[in-house]
Design a protein around this ligand. Structure first.
Ligand SMILES: NC(=O)c1ccc[n+]([C@@H]2O[C@H](COP(=O)([O-])OP(=O)(O)OC[C@H]3O[C@@H](n4cnc5c(N)ncnc54)[C@H](OP(=O)(O)O)[C@@H]3O)[C@@H](O)[C@H]2O)c1
Length: 347
């Protein structure tokens, strides 16, 4: 089968055909065997490309797998064959799942306990983007911050993968959502999602604009900060937080780990949540399962949608990484194994 292999660390946006690319396409990677009675072989239809994979190939992520490795985490696909004691799935079922590594290829073996059935009527490619992005925002906002109707949610990096999912989940929870992004396209898209207020950081001052909005609605401040960006914008956002606010530390897309002043956290009774979604698989798998099941039902009921701004074949993976690097993505970038289509953008 075809697989994307990271053979050395480096910049994954370098064209795959170049000798200096850290990633190559292997055309004769072995199809994994259904080794245990509870294993399921899945033909992968869509891979979600996450920022973490972009960092991992550069050697800048917290988890550093030995080389060579096949990257990739969450995906959707169709059941190809099942082990002798698999009871919940049959050949032809549409499923999603996630693994620590190894989904950027055509077939993968997963234990049935880690598979989720995609409800009828849901787009299978879109469903492949749910686990990491939507899973992270759901666990953060619903399980950790316990976001309530009428609370004010401030989402940084709001047009990106996790940001856009946080915006949608915030609206489903009944929060007043303020989104922060850069550029007209992202701002227009966020407005079309029914966001209560959008700040375009390329043009406007964050604090002044959010304060004006809050005043216009008779609101005191922000109750929950969702932060996948870090750096300067996090520091500024602190000035907007209410007494008793929840801060969700999700990631550092800016490359800068922010400092949250403990003295102000004390005085203002803030709760700071560090959140690493993948580690729930190890420590609280039940929370993760319940969360993904709720997300699939929301997708099925049309409460959330997955916006895919770019999709590429495996051989075009460098273009998918470039879309993330160049901050062109609105929502998700998908990589479709087995597709020879030319990379396309829906922007
Ligand atoms: N904690 C977890 O379990 C977990 C799970 C998933 C993701 N994450 C982390 O969350 C972060 C965002 O992931 P994502 O998938 O949403 O990425 P993404 O789709 O690329 O979105 C990142 C957003 O951050 C903003 N940004 C600000 N400064 C940036 C910079 N210097 N470079 C790139 N983007 C910048 C961009 O918005 P503008 O261009 O509009 O400013 C962009 O839309 C990453 O650090 C990722 O590792 C953490």
């Amino acid at each position: 089968m075809e697989a994307l292999v990271c053979k050395k660390l480096g910049d994954p946006t370098v064209p795959i055909s170049s000798d200096s690319s850290p990633i190559v396409i292997s055309k004769s990677h072995p199809v994994p065997a259904v080794a245990s009675p509870t294993s399921v072989l899945v033909r992968i239809v869509a891979n979600s490309l996450n920022f973490a994979t972009y960092l991992q190939i550069q050697g800048r992520y917290q988890e550093k797998p030995p080389l060579p490795f096949v990257p990739g985490s969450d995906f959707s696909g169709i059941v190809e064959s099942v082990g002798s004691s698999v009871s919940r799935f049959k050949v032809g079922d549409k499923v999603i799942s996630f693994v620590g590594l190894g989904s950027f290829c055509e077939f993968i073996v997963v234990d049935e306990k880690d598979l989720y059935l995609v409800p009828d009527g849901c787009d299978l490619i879109a469903a492949g983007a749910l686990p990491v992005a939507y899973g992270t925002s759901h666990v953060a906002l619903v399980h950790r911050a316990q976001l309530k109707p009428g609370q004010v949610l401030l989402v940084l990096g709001a047009a990106g993968g996790v940001g856009l999912s946080a915006v949608q989940i915030g609206k489903v929870c009944g929060a007043i959502v303020i989104a922060v992004a850069r550029g007209d396209e992202k701002v227009q898209y966020l407005r079309s999602m029914g966001v209560d207020y959008v700040v375009d950081l390329s043009k406007a001052n964050l604090i002044e604009n959010v304060k004006n909005f809050l005043k216009s609605r008779n609101l005191k401040g922000v109750d929950v900060l969702y932060d996948p960006v870090g750096g300067k914008v996090t520091k500024e956002s602190m000035k907007l937080l209410n007494w008793g606010a929840n801060i969700l530390v999700i990631g550092f897309a800016s490359g800068e780990v922010p400092v949250i002043p403990a003295n102000i956290a004390l005085v203002k009774n803030w709760t700071i949540h560090g959140l690493y979604w993948g580690s729930y698989m190890l420590h609280q798998p039940g929370v993760l399962r319940k969360s993904l099941e709720e997300l699939l039902s929301w997708l099925s009921d049309g409460l959330i949608t997955v916006h895919i701004s770019h999709s590429y074949s495996l051989a075009e993976a460098h273009l998918a990484f470039a879309a993330i690097k160049d901050r062109k993505v609105i929502g998700k970038v998908m990589v479709l194994p087995g597709s020879s289509t030319v990379g396309r953008s829906k922007l």
